[in-house]
Design a protein around this ligand. Structure first.
Ligand code: ZN
Length: 433
């Protein structure tokens, strides 16, 4: 099923015509209503009339996370405060939080985009959605909630945490769709396993997971443990929460709702716009947002854009799984890599779980990577000699993947901290002073 055939199956020509018309409108509005953009465009010598074709978008200056922080809290609103009916914010753990405000129309559009995502995962108005994303300033909980309501599905607003209760409701209410971060889904799956509940004894059919990086290997693990199809969903506080893009049943990239968001991929260094299928940094412009229009936002998410028609029938452009962020790429001993590369290597080895932590230290001015990996209970009961061999095998596999030597410590099952939100995968204790 497709939630909005008109929008999701429009021809590329029609779509581009629509995008250009909406872009002209939003760029003009941003320039006229938000002093930040007036100043930014003037400074860059960009005039609203310069935007005549989609290619001209590259003439518009970028907006960065720092710009959004400087505008804290309401400096980028394009409407009077009283027209804003919902506010979300980043946690601010790494600096001033970024705030986003939504008008009534913005929330309707968010609901529409999230409803498209739920339907892509096989959901319908009959679905019972166990929404285990956090409710609050974080966009996850409310975003899925808006989508479920637009769709007319039943939403079970669990929020994150209280795992015992999550499992009880999952069994008693017969939830058929689970929405949360992939690491929390894994925790729920393990908890079910521990209770002796088999995948066929629960009603889950699909999972919609996002808000953190995960891998294909983790997808397989979640699908097997929960008896579901696991779908990736994409969103970000600065633009809109979950629903900006999501995977259909083909799971060959996330359909981006490109009648509401204009996507570009740029080279993060040269800032040049890259072609279809080339990996780079995703840049997004909101096409229809009233409360806080965002022009050419540099997401720092690394992905590629595809515009060919998907076998599911949708023509919306797709973005590949986000494999890293330009800013959480790790640089150790001069080598750049993403934590997700380590996860992929780990999960290719039998008996390992997706529970791991990367510790980077710098004793005596040399970087050292230690990766703590949980073994499965079956493996852990084996002899210690077997574990030594396994550590060597893992170290070898990772060295082949990222090109540098790492130390592996196998740890007991369930000894690494569990997360009810985003998992902490990297602990970098190097002192850069
Ligand atoms: Zn598709």
């Amino acid at each position: 099923m497709i939630w909005n055939k008109n929008a999701e199956c429009m021809s590329r020509e029609e779509k581009e015509e629509l995008q250009l018309a909406l872009l002209k409108e939003v760029v003009k509005k941003a320039y006229e209503k938000v002093p930040f953009y007036t100043e930014k465009f003037d400074k860059a010598g960009f005039k609203v009339e310069d935007l005549q074709t989609l290619e001209d978008v590259s003439k518009i200056p970028f907006t960065t996370k720092d710009d959004l922080r400087k505008a804290y809290p309401f400096g980028l609103f394009a409407v009077p405060d009283e027209e804003i009916i919902e506010i979300h914010s980043t946690s601010g753990t790494t600096g001033t939080p970024v705030v986003s405000g939504y008008t009534k129309k913005d929330l309707d559009i968010w609901g529409e985009c999230a409803a498209r995502a739920i339907v892509m995962a096989g959901g319908s108005s009959k679905s019972k959605i166990q929404n285990s994303y956090g409710y609050g300033l974080f966009t996850g909980g409310f975003g899925i909630d808006h989508g479920a309501k637009t769709l007319g599905a039943t939403v079970i607003p669990m929020s994150s945490g209280n795992t015992e209760r999550q499992l009880k409701m999952m069994e008693d209410f017969q939830s058929d769709i689970l929405t949360c971060t992939p690491s929390y889904a894994l925790y729920l799956a393990e908890s079910l396993e521990k209770k002796g509940v088999k995948p066929e004894e629960i009603s889950l059919k699909a999972g919609i997971f996002g808000a953190e990086m995960w891998t294909e290997a983790m997808r397989s693990e979640l699908e097997e443990k929960l008896g579901i199809t696991a779908h990736n969903i994409y969103g970000l506080t600065e633009i809109m929460g979950p629903g900006v893009a999501a995977e259909c049943i083909e799971r060959n990239g996330q359909h981006i709702q490109d009648d509401h968001f204009y996507p570009e991929i740029i080279d993060p260094k040269t800032e040049e716009v890259l072609g279809e299928g080339v990996k780079g940094e995703l840049v997004l412009t909101t096409l229809t947002k009233e409360g806080m229009p965002i022009i050419r936002f540099r997401t720092k998410d690394v992905t590629a854009l595809r515009k060919d028609k998907c076998p599911c029938g949708r023509t919306t452009a797709r973005i590949d799984r986000v494999t890293g962020r330009t800013d959480d790429m790790l640089k150790v001993k001069g080598v750049m890599f993403f934590p997700s590369q380590i996860e992929t290597a780990l999960l290719s080895i039998n008996g390992l779980t997706a529970n791991y932590q990367i510790h980077i230290t710098r004793p005596k001015h040399l970087d050292v990577i230690e990766i703590k990996v949980e073994t499965s209970p079956e493996l852990f009961t084996d002899e210690m000699r077997g574990l030594d061999a396994l550590e060597a095998k893992i170290a070898h596999k990772i060295q082949n993947t990222i090109g540098i030597r790492v130390n592996i410590s196998l740890v007991e099952p369930e000894s690494l901290p569990r997360s009810e939100g985003k998992a902490i995968r990297v602990i970098d204790e190097r002192n850069f002073d």
